[in-house]
Structures are given as structure tokens and as C-alpha cells.
Design a protein around this ligand. Structure first.
Ligand code: CA
Length: 238
């Protein structure tokens, strides 16, 4: 049994899938691992279940009746109350282009069918870990980088890192959700704001400056470039 919630409270997983045989396999395996399971067979039911049960993570099938999982994911990301809800997409498509599309609409991870329940559970645990970044009061920490949100000081392995205001905001945004891939457009919205017109390429320029300031000669580059998708903070990226 793995109960990683607060004493007595199970983490709730919402499984959105219309294939009942697969749902039962997932329910059995997730419950065996100590998760609470809520099921929805289509997008409408999923949105209701999210409002009613406030799940900790959603396992979302791509192929659903009426509205696709991709569209559901896009809608969830647009709403402030579900913007940060961890989502793992399930799909029969294993092509790289589909993976990129799934990540672009904001899925945290993506798993191609067929998969083993233990593989899905490992991904669920990884996504849940990332969804709760280690914050201690006004400090953000990740892979040896410490950001003091009050003094605006940044340290990497104890060494001061000097950042311009844009690089600071960019790093802060990435450190709040490590591991998650953001497209250039999402970074523009989050860091520059929607009202300002900035070319997507500007993001690349600031990511380059951020890397230069952050990475000493001996350091691992913790910013991962995801080809044609965007950027993520990832200490295992190299
Ligand atoms: Ca399905």
C-alpha cells in the first residue's frame, strides 16, 4: 500500500476512458496502489467529475466519444481552476508528432497504448511529484538552484546567479512547474503577458541568456529544449 496523501486521505485519480475493460484494469491496479479512483466515460462526464471530486490527477484517453481527449485537455488548461491539474494522456498513437500535440495542449505526460499498469503508475507518481515543487516559504528549489522570491536572489550550488528581469521571470515560471514542457507561446503569455506583442523567437533569445547565466562550465544544463514543442526544466535532460 502506498498512501502518499495526508493521513487517511487518498490521492484521487480521475480515469477518463470509454473502454470499460481497460477502465476496470486501471481501477483495480490504481486501488491496489492506494489511490482513490473516479471514472468518466466521456468529456462531459469528466468535466463534471472534476468539479465534483477535485481529483489530484487525470488519466485522459485521447479517443473519446463526442469530444476528443485533446480538446478536453485544451479546455482544462484554459480554465484557471484546472490550469495546473496534472494530466496524463493515453493514446493508441505513438507518433512523435502526436506526442508533441498532446504536450502542446498542456498534458504533463503521454503514454501510448498498449502499456502495462505498472508503467502508468510509475508515470502517475512522477507527474504527482513534479506537480508539487519543493517550496519552503518564499524559496523555490530545483536541482541545486535556489530562488529567493523576496530578495530576488538566485543561487546555483551556492554560487550567485545574476539574471535580468525577464530571465528571472522565465526561470521562476519554469521552477514553479519543473518537468512540464511549455511552448514558446505559453511562455510568452506567462512571462511577457498576453497584451504585449513579442515574436516567439524572443523566447529563444532569453532562454539562451538564462542558460548562460545559470550554467557554469561544470554544470549540467537543466533547461531541456523539446524540438518543435518548447522548453522544460529537467535536471536529467542531458
Ligand atoms: Ca477510448
Amino acid at each position: 500500500m502506498a498512501d502518499s496523501g495526508i493521513a487517511g486521505s487518498k490521492l484521487q485519480i480521475l480515469v477518463v476512458e470509454d473502454e470499460s475493460a481497460l477502465v476496470e484494469i486501471l481501477r483495480y491496479n490504481l486501488e491496489k496502489e492506494g489511490f482513490g479512483v473516479v471514472v468518466a466515460a466521456d468529456g462531459e462526464a469528466a468535466l463534471e467529475a472534476i468539479a465534483d471530486h477535485k481529483p489530484d490527477l487525470v488519466v485522459l484517453d485521447w479517443m473519446l466519444p463526442h469530444v476528443s481527449g485533446l480538446e478536453i485537455c485544451r479546455r482544462l488548461r484554459r480554465r484557471p481552476e484546472t490550469r495546473d491539474l496534472p494530466i496524463i494522456m493515453l493514446t493508441a498513437r505513438s507518433e512523435e508528432a502526436d506526442r508533441v500535440r498532446g504536450l502542446e495542449v498542456g498534458a504533463d505526460d503521454y503514454i501510448a497504448k498498449p502499456f502495462s499498469p505498472s508503467e502508468l503508475i510509475a508515470r502517475i507518481r512522477a507527474v504527482l511529484r513534479r506537480a508539487k515543487p519543493s517550496t519552503t516559504g518564499d524559496l523555490l528549489t530545483y536541482a541545486g538552484v535556489v530562488m529567493d522570491l523576496v530578495s530576488h536572489r538566485v543561487l546555483r550550488d551556492g554560487r550567485p546567479v545574476h539574471l535580468g528581469p525577464t530571465e528571472y521571470r522565465l526561470l521562476r515560471f519554469l521552477m514553479e512547474r519543473p518537468g512540464r514542457v511549455y511552448s514558446r507561446e505559453q511562455l510568452l503569455d506567462a512571462v511577457w503577458g498576453r497584451d504585449i506583442y513579442v515574436e516567439a523567437r524572443t523566447v529563444d533569445v532569453h532562454i539562451r541568456r538564462l542558460r548562460k547565466a545559470l550554467n557554469g562550465p561544470e554544470d549540467v544544463d537543466i533547461i531541456r529544449t523539446v524540438r518543435s514543442a518548447g522548453y522544460a526544466l529537467d535536471e536529467l535532460s542531458q
